[in-house]
Design a protein around this ligand. Structure first.
Ligand code: G3P
Length: 217
């Protein structure tokens, strides 16, 4: 499963990228706003930092304007994936932008039907939002499993980019289901390393090493 980092914070991307943990980056208008930076400038910097796809989202809502914004974003770098919302206009924009050779990430997906439409529109990635379904006491991971089944039934090449990931558990469950990509905030990726038995076991090892005066010099 590919790891994308869901942030526009350069330092956080750098830290994980230096560890080889970054296969791509996703941003959206809220993450760009949080960065406090100009979208074209910060997106360019991210594209120079990582080799994999970097999703940058349009803010227009009408197809022609989305296409125009998407073309501007695509000009930033080779590894740009233009992000469009899963609306009828977004699907139209997806169709045109992918026909022109751009990567397109169709976002704000909440149902298998929406994912089917995105695949038919030629989407490179589909972004089903797990956390926001969980917020409604629905099971967001069920959506990932449903889309995996539908795409595998018909051999769709659109990659499932699991998004709105809130926990390390979401990451492992997405990997078990077979999501192609999971995009998560830096702290969630880091939390994947945590386990209480690891901490307990390490403390015991270090205590024994001290007692036995083990030194590696
Ligand atoms: O990539 C989408 C993600 O940023 C949304 O996450 O936690 O706001 O649902 P969240």
């Amino acid at each position: 499963m590919k790891f994308f980092v869901d942030t526009a914070e350069i330092d956080a991307i750098k830290e994980l990228n230096d560890l080889g943990m970054v296969d791509g980056v996703t941003t959206n208008p809220s993450l760009i706003a949080k960065s406090g930076r100009d979208i074209l400038e910060v997106t360019k910097e991210i594209c120079e930092l990582v080799e994999g796809p970097v999703s940058a989202e349009v803010v227009a809502t009408e197809a022609d304007a989305m296409i125009a914004e998407g073309r501007k974003l695509a000009k930033i770098a080779e590894n740009i994936a233009v992000k469009v919302p899963l609306t009828w206009d977004g699907l139209k924009a997806c169709n045109v932008l992918t026909d022109e050779g751009n990567m397109v990430n169709v976002t704000l997906c909440f149902s298998p039907n929406q994912a089917l439409l995105a695949a038919k529109a030629g989407a490179t990635f589909i972004s089903p939002f797990i956390g926001r379904l969980d917020d409604l006491n629905l099971d967001g991971l069920d959506l990932i499993a449903d889309i995996r089944q539908v795409y595998d039934n018909y051999g769709f090449e659109t990659e499932i980019l699991a998004a709105s990931i809130r926990s390390a558990n979401h990451m492992s469950e997405c990997a078990k289901i077979g999501a192609d990509v999971a995009t998560a905030p830096p702290n969630v990726i880091k939390a994947m390393a945590n386990h209480v038995l690891t901490d307990k076991g390490l403390a015991a090892f270090l205590a024994d090493a001290e007692k036995a005066n083990i030194k590696i010099v």
